[in-house]
Design a protein around this ligand. Sequence first.
Ligand code: ZN
Length: 156
Amino acid sequence: MVVGMHYTLKDDDGNTIDSSENKDPLLYIHGQQNIVSGLEKELTGKSVGDKLSVKVTPEEGYGERDERLTQVVPVAAFEGVEKDQLKTGMQFHAEGPDGNPLLVSVAKVDGEEVTIDGNHFLAGVNLNFDVEITEVRQATKEELEHGHFHTGAFDH
Ligand code: ZN
């Protein structure tokens, strides 16, 4: 099934992390792990017009924070980047502890020391979704083969 929904995502303090407000509904193919498992599970069997609030723990969201993915490295480790260009939130590709590629972001710049963090920015965060289902339809054979939905604008 292709499912469309409007959603608002908040943390436990009520801060909005993400929302489809003033945008097109989010579409995903149900059962293909296109969205976090804790939300997908709750959307099973829902129909157009259904509204629900879902709390997703890190375990079923973006995982717990892994402190092994946080490291302090010297500015010199950033080849081709000047010290004054390094800013919090910048992202780099690096190699993770298991040797796999990892997207890391700069968490802090302190003199010659740079703290980098390879955790997803929502790791360790409870995800509070408010969802309204806007569309439910059968996925086409082609969509299932591609693993993503097609619209008029995105069709291949
Ligand atoms: Zn496709």
